[in-house]
Design a protein around this ligand. Sequence first.
Ligand code: WT7
Length: 654
Amino acid sequence: MSVDVKTIEALFKEGRTFAPSEEFRAQANVSNDSLYKEADADIEAFWARQAEKYVSWYKKWDTTLEWDLPFAKWFAGGKLNAAYQCLDRHVAAGKGDKVAYLFEGEPGDTRSITYKQLLDEVCRLANALKGLGVKRGDRVGIYLGMIPELPAAMLACARIGAPHCVVFGGFSADAVADRMQDAGAVCLITQDEAWRRGKAVAMKHNADEACDKAETIKNMVVVRRTGAEVSMVAGRDHWYHELIADQSSECEPEVMDAEDLLFTLYTSGTTAKPKGIKHTTAGYMLQAMYTHDIVFNIHPDTVYWCAADIGWITGHTYIVYGTLGNGTTNILYEGTPDYPVKDRWWEIVEKYKATVLYCAPTAIRTFMKWGPEFPQKHDLSSLKLLGTVGEPINPEAWIWYRQFIGADSIPVVDTWWQTETGGIMVAPLPGVTTLKPGSATKPLPGIRAAVVDEAGKEVSPGGGGYVVLTHPWPGMLRGIWGADERYKETYWATYGDRYLAGDGARIDTDGYFWFMGRVDDVMNVSGHRISTTEVESALVDHPSVAEAAVVGKADEQTGQTIAAFVTLRSGIEGSTELVAELRNHVGKLIGPIAKPKFITFTPELPKTRSGKIMRRLLRDVSEQRLLGDTTTLADTGVVHELQRRAAEEAGKEA
Ligand code: WT7
């Protein structure tokens, strides 16, 4: 692990801060520091009060927290259903006609779906799944693009107590198969094709390939999106619209225990095998709703747009559970920011009068590059709050976002969290916190975080180190699917009773957190978490490759890009054709997002005397820095040669 202090020092140079305006404070859900005080005074009593406030219980819990390190139970004995929480109770309260989703398809088709309509659809699908033999406790795979059937499918699973396992629509057949096999999924919900920049992506075809390997899958449900002809396997495959057509729109929700599994979601770790992160029902729902409400300052008339993909945790929490739990109206957009025009997002903000926009810094840096003329073509005056997530935001991008999207007048909330945390952990309360561009500010009320050194000692103000979470929180992961040892090893072995996040941060004299990115072998490309070892193992899977080392190379726009150093098997020559072939191979095994941008062939990789690849030096090489400490390197000739070639390449580019 290493912490790059230089980057953060650059962030500190920005001096300007932004206190909440009087106008904002006047309508803020939280406008003083009482929540912090309450949580500090008695953290469990605090969460118990939030659980009363936000969650509708069939039966109240017996204990607020049972902490058998590192396994937590929150609200044990409590009974609820997440779909009921997101739908039925709003309909029962007379809000059935409120819009849940304003859907904007990539080709420009639109649908507006009310809470009542969504409830009907979820019940029909829930009944259909039961008809296929899906039972409480069975895992259901979901491999869909950003269409309304995706949240409907998740909620149908939640309704019948079948944990879902969503796989991002951009993943390959192999990646789907691995996850389905690991989860032991009995059913897979997918679509014919997905729209992607005007082209159709063959999702059903990928799903077929995945099902050939994942033998536990007995049924496939196929949503018709593009209308393309796809092959349907008799007995196994069913059209979604046919399946739900004759179903009743009533389906009694299963009464779930607070600690029943709601879903698993796979994320990359430091090994080649992705981890199925487990989230349970009550704690996750509470964390999702509470953070959504206080960080985004949700009101009954909020038009909320989280522009992430539901295939990642951001979408699970802030396009589905947190936001529907709070009865909010959401924009759901299927496409990319530049299709067919570079102002598509701003068209959408204007058309639906979005009041909140939540997106990744990568997107903002892309908009900066395109120039302010695109947002300036549109009336964005409906916006009241902006958010970011997924990677550190540089002060320059933060200020651009506020200035050109937020009319230089509305709060920007940088929110730090992870798949594992379930919901936001460190972020401002926009009616309370003075904002500093580039900082996620402070842990939310009820969250305890710290920055510690190698030995586990809290660093003094101004210092940098490793981010830890020092008290259990309701939305925390309950482990890794089928891998308790790995769970303990990954998050708890380093500091014993404190959760190791895997991020580096500096803490300033006001106690503000400045996150700096991962300190382990995990890359962050455009806010997506990709494991270096996962890409390496995809590369060595190719018959021409003997060995590979992958590093994240700093990139102005995407945060990091993937750089691979590859040693070929003897007798094989590197060529541009082979570079293309290797990139495609990685794309096939993982997905297009994991394709290395740079591939360098090298007769040898820099290793320590004990044979460990020195990724740190390769990072130095790829970012053309002076080499760090090379004393443990077995053969310094290797990196010097790579360095010479990197300089040569850069010369060519320039
Ligand atoms: C990793 C988690 C949480 C939803 C999206 C990503 C990085 C996340 C921030 C932020 C700096 C951030 C961290 C973290 N990250 N938000 N505001 N500032 N870094 O979820 O795929 O589980 O990745 O994303 O490195 O560990 P994820």
